[in-house]
Design a protein. Structure first.
Length: 116
Protein backbone atom coordinates (compact mmCIF):
# COMPACT_ATOMS: atom_id res chain seq x y z
CA UNK A 1 0.00 0.00 0.00
CA UNK A 2 1.35 3.36 -0.94
CA UNK A 3 1.82 6.43 1.22
CA UNK A 4 -1.41 8.00 -0.05
CA UNK A 5 -3.37 4.86 0.82
CA UNK A 6 -1.98 4.80 4.38
CA UNK A 7 -2.82 8.48 4.86
CA UNK A 8 -6.38 7.89 3.65
CA UNK A 9 -6.79 5.01 6.12
CA UNK A 10 -5.36 7.05 8.98
CA UNK A 11 -7.70 9.94 8.14
CA UNK A 12 -10.69 7.57 8.00
CA UNK A 13 -9.74 6.13 11.39
CA UNK A 14 -9.43 9.48 13.15
CA UNK A 15 -12.98 9.35 14.62
CA UNK A 16 -12.19 6.01 16.29
CA UNK A 17 -8.48 6.62 16.90
CA UNK A 18 -8.99 6.51 20.65
CA UNK A 19 -10.59 3.07 20.37
CA UNK A 20 -8.39 1.26 17.86
CA UNK A 21 -4.94 0.10 18.86
CA UNK A 22 -3.45 -0.46 15.39
CA UNK A 23 -3.91 1.27 12.04
CA UNK A 24 -4.71 -2.13 10.51
CA UNK A 25 -7.50 -2.80 13.03
CA UNK A 26 -11.10 -2.53 11.86
CA UNK A 27 -13.97 -1.02 13.84
CA UNK A 28 -16.54 -3.25 12.12
CA UNK A 29 -16.41 -6.12 14.62
CA UNK A 30 -15.82 -4.07 17.75
CA UNK A 31 -19.47 -4.07 18.81
CA UNK A 32 -19.94 -7.71 17.92
CA UNK A 33 -17.30 -9.52 19.96
CA UNK A 34 -14.38 -9.08 22.31
CA UNK A 35 -11.38 -11.28 22.94
CA UNK A 36 -10.55 -12.34 26.48
CA UNK A 37 -7.17 -13.75 27.41
CA UNK A 38 -6.88 -15.82 30.57
CA UNK A 39 -3.57 -17.17 31.84
CA UNK A 40 -3.88 -20.66 33.32
CA UNK A 41 -1.38 -23.08 34.77
CA UNK A 42 -0.91 -26.21 32.69
CA UNK A 43 -2.89 -28.50 35.06
CA UNK A 44 -5.84 -26.09 35.07
CA UNK A 45 -5.79 -25.83 31.29
CA UNK A 46 -5.60 -29.61 30.86
CA UNK A 47 -8.56 -30.10 33.21
CA UNK A 48 -10.68 -27.58 31.29
CA UNK A 49 -9.59 -29.19 28.04
CA UNK A 50 -10.57 -32.64 29.36
CA UNK A 51 -14.01 -31.45 30.51
CA UNK A 52 -14.66 -29.61 27.24
CA UNK A 53 -13.71 -32.69 25.20
CA UNK A 54 -15.96 -34.89 27.32
CA UNK A 55 -18.85 -32.58 26.42
CA UNK A 56 -17.81 -32.50 22.77
CA UNK A 57 -17.22 -28.76 22.72
CA UNK A 58 -14.32 -26.44 22.19
CA UNK A 59 -12.50 -24.95 25.15
CA UNK A 60 -13.75 -21.51 24.07
CA UNK A 61 -17.38 -22.67 24.08
CA UNK A 62 -16.95 -24.36 27.47
CA UNK A 63 -15.45 -21.16 28.91
CA UNK A 64 -18.27 -19.04 27.41
CA UNK A 65 -20.87 -21.32 29.00
CA UNK A 66 -19.05 -21.31 32.36
CA UNK A 67 -18.86 -17.50 32.33
CA UNK A 68 -22.53 -17.24 31.35
CA UNK A 69 -23.51 -19.52 34.24
CA UNK A 70 -21.37 -17.54 36.70
CA UNK A 71 -22.83 -14.25 35.44
CA UNK A 72 -26.42 -15.53 35.86
CA UNK A 73 -25.66 -16.60 39.44
CA UNK A 74 -24.56 -13.08 40.36
CA UNK A 75 -27.24 -10.99 42.05
CA UNK A 76 -28.81 -8.51 39.65
CA UNK A 77 -28.94 -5.54 41.97
CA UNK A 78 -27.34 -4.83 45.30
CA UNK A 79 -29.25 -4.82 48.56
CA UNK A 80 -29.23 -1.02 48.59
CA UNK A 81 -30.96 -0.83 45.20
CA UNK A 82 -33.59 -3.40 46.24
CA UNK A 83 -34.34 -1.49 49.44
CA UNK A 84 -34.63 1.75 47.47
CA UNK A 85 -37.24 0.17 45.18
CA UNK A 86 -39.22 -1.22 48.14
CA UNK A 87 -39.15 2.15 49.91
CA UNK A 88 -40.39 3.89 46.75
CA UNK A 89 -43.25 1.41 46.42
CA UNK A 90 -44.30 1.86 50.06
CA UNK A 91 -44.69 5.62 49.53
CA UNK A 92 -47.62 4.96 47.17
CA UNK A 93 -51.16 4.35 48.33
CA UNK A 94 -52.35 1.25 46.55
CA UNK A 95 -55.91 -0.02 47.07
CA UNK A 96 -56.03 -3.14 49.18
CA UNK A 97 -58.48 -5.08 51.29
CA UNK A 98 -58.45 -7.13 54.42
CA UNK A 99 -56.76 -10.44 53.58
CA UNK A 100 -59.58 -12.56 55.04
CA UNK A 101 -62.14 -10.60 53.02
CA UNK A 102 -60.09 -10.97 49.81
CA UNK A 103 -59.68 -14.72 50.32
CA UNK A 104 -63.42 -15.13 50.95
CA UNK A 105 -64.21 -13.21 47.74
CA UNK A 106 -61.79 -15.37 45.78
CA UNK A 107 -63.29 -18.56 47.18
CA UNK A 108 -66.83 -17.40 46.39
CA UNK A 109 -65.73 -16.61 42.84
CA UNK A 110 -64.61 -20.20 42.29
CA UNK A 111 -68.17 -21.42 42.74
CA UNK A 112 -69.76 -18.69 40.65
CA UNK A 113 -70.74 -19.65 37.16
CA UNK A 114 -71.02 -23.36 37.91
CA UNK A 115 -74.79 -23.65 37.70
CA UNK A 116 -76.24 -27.06 37.15
Amino acid sequence: MGSDGRKAIQKALLPVAGILTHEHESDRLMLMSKRLQVILKDPEYREIQRVARSRRMSIAEWVRQALDLARRREPGAGVGKKLEVIRAAVRHDYPSADIDCMLAEIESGYGAGTHS
